[in-house]
Ligand binder design. Sequence first.
Ligand code: NAD
Ligand code: MG
Length: 396
Amino acid sequence: MVRPQQITVLGATGSIGRSTLDVLARHPERYQAFALTAFSRLDELERLCIAHRPVFAVVDDAAAASHLQGRLAGAGLSTRVLVGVSGLCEVASHPEVDAVMAAIVGAAGLRPTLAAVEAGKKILLANKEALVMSGGLFMQAVRSSGAVLLPIDSEHNAIFQCLPGDYSRGLAEVGVRRILLTASGGPFREMDATALEQVTPEQACAHPNWSMGRKISVDSASMMNKGLELIEACWLFDARPEQVEVVVHPQSVIHSLVDYVDGSVLAQLGNPDMRTPIAHALAWPQRIASGVDSLDLFSIARLDFQRPDEQRFPCLRLARQAAQAGGDRPALLNAANEVAVAAFLERRIRFTEIASMIGDVLDREAATAVETLGAVLDADARGRAAALQWLAARGR
Ligand code: NAD
Ligand code: MG
């Protein structure tokens, strides 16, 4: 009997984590959950451990770990519970692991994702913030360890599917003119600038097409998500920012497109359900069932496209500028955005202040190069500190 592939799911209790476990459970002969990790909602982690019987679980602090260890032992499981970043890095790089789903949200995912990269694992990358922060360093680590990096973000997974297998020779070499990165436009696509000032976290988190974690939902509403994805696309596919065009496509049926020099445009379509890119990346280069229904073109009937509006959604412009400037700009942008989104979710700032705060932080902090992990972490810390100062200066 062939041994099932051992999969570590970083961020197992999240939206991507749960979709991943749903796909794994459809193919028990092919995949087994090796480790499941979570930061909060430990009752949910316990439930997932009982359902998937991993070798390891990882939580954030020692008290939570010993509580969970007791509960799992009581349920007859031999799962070992590890703690903190060292625990995350251990299960991401463990010799028995075949693939790692990197689905922690934000900068917190950087170290464990890099640990998986350095161990030469197959990485299923949902945690775009890790790549945005550390771009050059991350891709260099992929090349030197021989890790296999597969994008989970639906757009990047679509682009990957539309590119030829040898695209790493260079986009121009393989005849690519442009990458067309689609964006739903989020819940506020049609809203005017004045109304945007009054929107609530609840409205921002009610995405029309996708059900996601709160941070990425706010990013989708501000279009910072598309900005982060633009930077992500540049690193994944070795593209210049000018080669990536954002196309607003409200139906979220076309997940992105690739424009070739001969005039051919290849697209990947499907229902908006993350289990498709997850199943694609898990089984690549094979195909497996994901539980997602066939696309019904007759019920969709039409597909619309618009240019993004960078006046109403300045986060997209800020991210494009950070992509062009390089160095520490993407890490600072990401750090300031994480602080801004948390403050918006706590109702300490208005939605429109997310972009003001990030713009001010980038203007204030002098640009530096980032060639080491230390420099990336330093840029992240400077971005967070400057963003917190921005809040403090306004009494928020
Ligand atoms: P989520 O908030 O639903 O889940 C996040 C997971 O990370 C949880 O398991 C949480 O416990 C864990 N986590 C949070 N903070 C942590 C910390 N400090 N240390 C360790 N673990 C921590 O988020 P999500 O929507 O599943 O998104 C996860 C990642 O995937 C994000 O980077 C997001 O941008 C990306 N992504 C998500 C979707 C989607 O449809 N949800 C689509 C594309 C990309
Ligand atoms: Mg996406």
